[in-house]
Design a protein around this ligand. Sequence first.
Ligand SMILES: [Fe+2]
Length: 419
Amino acid sequence: MAFSGGFIGGVVSYDRPPARKDIFIPKLNQLSPNSPEQVHISVVGADKMRITWITETSAPSIVEYGTSPGHYPTSATGTSSSYKYLAVYRSGEIHDVVIGPLNPNTVYYYRCSSDSIREFSLKTPPAHLPIKFAIVGDLGQTGWTNTTLDHIGKSNYDMLLLPGDLSYADFVQPLWDSFGRLVEPLASQRPWMVTQGNHEVEKIPVVHSTPFTAYNARWRMPYEESNSGSNLYYSFDVAGVHVIMLGSYTDFDSDSDQFKWLQADLGKINRGKTPWVIVIIHAPWYNTNTAHQGEAESEDMKKYMEGLLYEARVDAVFAGHVHAYERFSRVFDGKADNCGPVHITIGDGGNREGLATKYEDPTPEISKFKEASFGHGQLEVLNETHALWTWHRNDDDVNVVGDSVWFTNLSSDPACKKS
Ligand SMILES: [Fe+2]
């Protein structure tokens, strides 16, 4: 059996909540122009962490850190950059410093740019299972986003995985700054590993022809460490999980760099070290919602890459883009297949565009649970063989488990052993 269990808690029909308005988070009043803000962290290799923050004016790219509050015996320096967008916007200094080696599962206290006012703390991921991921896409920055972040913040998660569409700045660059401030309380404490969605492209013909300017400058991920040539796709190991972040909005055909990189990356996985393999994309390959049907980023990417993931016995694929929750059976080539990945759409973070509420009728057999509500998911990988996936509906600001299912690891399933 590919996975067992069922959903906990009956789903009753109720009026779908409407979208909530954007919240703009201004810079804190007490901060000086060279104070750090918009702090977020991401893992680099097995025992290092990248600290990213922004100052309005120039400030040293230094992180001082230690394991007790107020004591920073170790320091590391990095680099800073800024970018221009159209004639009207110039970003602050975006600082990027890698600290470590760090001990696993350990709280560190740190400060940025030697600022004496703001002390931050982070917890490194565990070296071994269990590990708990929070997974949510299409976050935006609305009242619903706030609720989602509140629930995630209380979940005692180790790492957040974001399948694209972060700020919904949509060309208005100060909204990237606002988003950085909104997520800082969480993203400065636990690694946030992200991939891009369509809202990150921000390309305007002639006047700003370079895509992903803000995203690449602000959300640099550890791509070089997995031999990727692009910030738009990369992979990493954490505890016993190999996580692959793919790019739906860059080339993915069989001649593309991404395809070749994915092939090589899958070939290097050691299931003895990382029994679990999960993939994060933006545009879902399986979707029974009427929103976003027939898009090349879904259909063509699936056509080129699904076979690679199937042959590698990837355990699960998480996507965003459709603003709703949907869980499929293990599937390959459109049909239920016990050796294929479970596909899950978790694009319900809370952005201003609202929910996608219409579904195909009748529901195809491979779609096991679907609901157009805001929320987030948690993947608790407990050991080498079992992981628990739960979907948490925001449900009028109360954290409710709406769907729950056990995954069993594919690499330990004798029926799915490769010949
Ligand atoms: Fe999207």
